[in-house]
Design a protein around this ligand. Structure first.
Ligand code: NOJ
Length: 583
């Protein structure tokens, strides 16, 4: 949840915690287990609240501490869990510590909580190193000293109002421990850790060989860089994924474990190569790490299959659950990424059903379940610092952060009685929650797949560790007749790429041989999925052994079991099961 855009309760045009409470029944009906809210703490809001000025209080735009307490209680009352954000890489320059720092002398205790250094050059006019901000421009800003002269520089990997904290300073460590305990004591079930890979910096006074290249390599929307260049730059980033972060998370894990009720943590950590992600979820560290492979994925069978195999293989090594993310508040919405319009929506429905059948946890970004697209925002209404720091070259993330349309027919679709902080497209009338009360809507598909996912994969005994000995499913089964009815070339990739050896049985999927462009796998002996990722309609024969499988869910109405074959229109996913499910 991006609370600023979820639901406004007081008519100021911005969502708030009372608004979230008012829509918890909607969230519950979606079928999810938990909500994660992006920051609602005291903040000047230069970066959507990720510029925290007081992590142990609620910003008035969102409400008050008692609203947060009421939200935690209301969430639990519905059998849902609640995860909040923690932002340990930086504080807002409005944080009391930063104010103290600029009102203190170079070398003081107050400055040591951040990364303050003298500049280079005759008058200190050159920043301490050449690093670039991920949001554009330099990663350093120079302050004025108390006597009015140009003074030291402070590091900010993001906006200049987000000063990076110095994690070698024990006060910083203790303060975050205090914040974790503050929210754990209030009853939150876990934390999403912002920039979890960024806390420890190395070689801070050394120039990088290619700082602009590195920033571009870190950005997912830059595509004009060769893979080799990108990988070389990302393999060693002096401010990301340093060994020292793990000691911090080992300590945090002890704190989480000291509380009752299985408190959890999920890391936002972009690391390279992706196999390094598993280091964050070792048994004495964090519980989950976002896997962003699907966040950048096109609707492309080879890419998706590789990503699935790689992810399951990697997490199995540390016995952590896989996670899957199709979009979030930092990235284009799924429908938009897949081309937009009806075609984009069709692909997105198929990709969502593929994702929802995978082992592990699914993170759904508010509005994804409605099939929303990025909204066009006039430049004068944009708010993302990325837009300003790149002088408009990068439009930023506002398009994905537009408020949720609740009720067709109401002004601003019932999001607010005031003026929404970002304009909402008139065309969203048909995508509003109230317009999706039909069994074939995008929302209905999400509700069904989430409910079925729970039934199919959590309650069936053959997905539990104890029962795996009984699983005699052939792992590389070939349907008797899988000849496509068209002339689509056959997949010539090695057939035995099912992640077997290292994957715990309950995570296991076994691929079924298919024509190129089609993904098919089984989970246990009761579930089969087919995704047609091609532009062609296909019919694929089911093996005799699978003849008692029936369709239980389809991303498009024309996808179905027909005789002894599955009929798959272009860009569709079909779920089959041996067990009968009503939808
Ligand atoms: C990741 C957050 O998701 C994003 O919104 C924010 O701008 C950066 N971290 C910096 O905190």
């Amino acid at each position: 949840m991006y609370p600023r855009s979820f639901k406004d309760s007081n008519g100021d045009g911005e969502g708030d915690l009372a608004g979230v409470i008012s829509q918890l029944d909607y969230v519950k009906a979606l079928g999810v287990d938990a909500i994660w809210l992006s920051p609602f703490y005291t903040s000047p809001n230069n970066d959507g609240g990720y510029d925290v000025a007081n992590p142990r209080d609620v910003d008035p735009r969102f409400g008050s501490i008692s609203d947060a307490e009421a939200l935690i209680e209301a969430t639990h009352a519905r059998g849902l869990r609640i995860i909040v954000d923690i932002v340990p890489n930086h504080f807002s320059t409005e944080h009391q510590w930063f104010k103290e720092a600029i009102n203190s002398l170079p070398g003081s205790k107050a400055r040591n909580r951040f990364h303050f250094y003298d500049g280079r050059g005759a008058n200190g006019e050159i920043p301490p190193n050449n690093w670039c901000s991920i949001f554009g421009g330099s990663a350093w800003t120079r302050i004025k000293e108390l006597d009015g002269t140009a003074g030291q520089w402070y590091l900010h990997l993001f906006d200049s109002t987000q000063a990076d904290l110095n994690w070698e300073n024990n006060e910083v460590r203790l303060d975050f421990e205090k914040t974790l305990r503050f929210w754990l004591d209030k009853g939150v079930d876990g934390f999403r850790i912002d920039v979890a890979h960024g806390l420890v910096k190395e070689e801070i006074l050394t120039d990088h060989r290619d700082p602009e290249g590195l920033t571009r390599a870190l950005r997912l929307d830059v595509s004009d860089m060769s893979r080799v260049d990108r990988e070389s730059l990302l393999s060693d980033v002096p401010f990301f994924d340093r060994e020292g972060v793990h000691e911090i998370y080992r300590h945090w894990r002890k704190i989480f474990d000291s509380y009752p009720g299985q408190r959890m943590s999920v890391a936002e950590a972009w690391v390279h190569p992706s196999s390094r992600a598993t280091r964050y979820v070792r048994s004495d560290e964090l519980h989950q790490i976002f896997n962003f492979d699907f966040l950048i994925a096109e609707w492309d069978a080879d890419f998706l299959k590789t990503a699935i195999n790689k992810t399951l293989r990697e997490v199995s090594a540390v016995d952590a659950p896989a996670t899957w993310v199709l979009c979030n508040h930092d990235s284009p919405r799924l429908v938009t990424r897949l081309g937009g319009g009806e075609q984009g929506r069709r692909k997105a429905r198929a990709m969502a059903l593929l994702t929802h059948a995978l082992p592990g946890g699914i993170y759904i970004f508010q509005g994804e379940e409605l099939g929303l697209e990025d909204a066009a925002i006039p430049d004068e209404r944009r708010q993302d610092p990325v837009f300003f720091r790149t002088h408009g070259a990068d439009k930023g993330r506002d398009g994905a952060r537009v408020p949720i349309p609740w009720s067709a027919g109401l002004p601003h679709f019932g999001f607010t009685s005031g003026e929404p902080w970002l304009p909402m497209p008139a065309a969203w009338e048909s995508l509003a929650v109230s317009s999706q009360d039909t069994s074939d809507s995008y929302l209905a598909l999400y509700r069904k797949s989430i409910a079925m996912r729970r039934d199919l994969f959590n309650t069936h005994s053959n997905t539990s560790k104890d029962d795996t000995s009984k699983d005699d499913t052939p792992k590389d089964d070939t349907p008797k007749d899988d000849t496509p009815k068209d002339d689509t070339p056959k997949d010539d990739t090695p057939k035995d790429d099912t992640p077997k050896d290292d994957v715990p049985k309950e995570l296991e999927i076994s691929w079924i041989e298919t024509p190129h462009g089609v993904l098919a796998f089984r989970r246990g002996d009761h579930f089969i999925l087919y995704s047609n990722v091609t532009d062609n309609e296909l019919d694929i024969a089911l093996s005799e052994a699978d003849s008692d499988f029936a369709q239980v869910l389809a991303s498009s109405p024309e996808a179905r079991v027909q005789g002894n074959a599955v009929h798959l229109p272009a860009h569709s996913t079909l779920w089959l099961s041996r067990t009968k499910f009503t939808s």
